[in-house]
Ligand binder design. Structure first.
Ligand code: GRF
Length: 199
């Protein structure tokens, strides 16, 4: 079985879209794949409760717990890796996971770790992408699914979706329009990657 581990930090709407697509499109039968773990760095992440209700395995590695550790990032990631590797995943999906990962962690999952970013990369890497697009006077915005590499928000692009920036838009209204497209392109890009894995 191709196990898929999804990392979240918040509401988890992208994780939910992935889980629902995996069931609707029967990834188990079609690609021999299943979402086997939802992992969060925040115990209060809203997506965890939903994942548990769905009968999915969940785990929490609270990054704040490592603040006093000699190497906070590496210690945090060592525990993340322990949970992830227990599932020997074919894919690791970052879905609203808001921690910057070390090059060592990224190298461990090279070629099998994907991320969804709420802008049309390479434009607007980092945070506050919607407000920055509005402030720049962009007529279009969007989202990008990309492979994760050591340089933040710079890996090979697998899918993109474009939405208009409408008069009167603020960061929230634009974010909502982009998010609905994220829920479409992330499952599509993952299914395409699973199809390739099967070849
Ligand atoms: C999404 O816009 C995603 O692109 C970004 O964080 C947001 C998280 O949304 N990285 P959710 O937690 O999946 O609802």
């Amino acid at each position: 079985m191709n196990n898929i581990v999804v990392l979240i930090s918040g509401g988890g709407s992208n994780m939910r879209a992935l889980v629902e697509a995996s069931r609707r499109e029967d990834w188990a039968a079609r690609y021999g794949a299943r979402i086997s773990l939802v992992l969060s760095n925040r115990p209060d992440a809203g997506g965890l409760a939903w994942a548990r209700e769905q009968g999915l395995a969940t785990a929490v590695v609270d990054h704040r717990f490592y603040a006093q550790a000699p190497q906070p990032r590496e210690s945090f990631e060592a525990d993340l890796i322990r949970h992830i590797d227990a599932h020997a995943p074919a894919l690791v999906l970052l879905a609203g996971f808001m921690r910057i990962l070390t090059p060592g962690f990224v190298a461990r999952y090279a070629g099998r770790m994907l991320n969804i970013h709420p802008s049309l990369l390479p434009a607007f890497t980092g945070l506050h992408t919607h407000q920055r697009a509005i402030d720049a006077g962009c007529r279009y915005a969007g989202a990008t699914v990309h492979e994760v590499t050591a340089e933040l928000d710079h890996g090979p692009i697998l899918a993109q979706a474009v939405v208009p920036v409408l008069p009167g838009d603020d960061a929230d209204t634009l974010a909502a329009r982009v998010l609905s497209q994220e829920h479409r392109i992330y499952p599509q890009a993952v299914a395409e990657r699973l199809r390739q894995l099967g070849n």
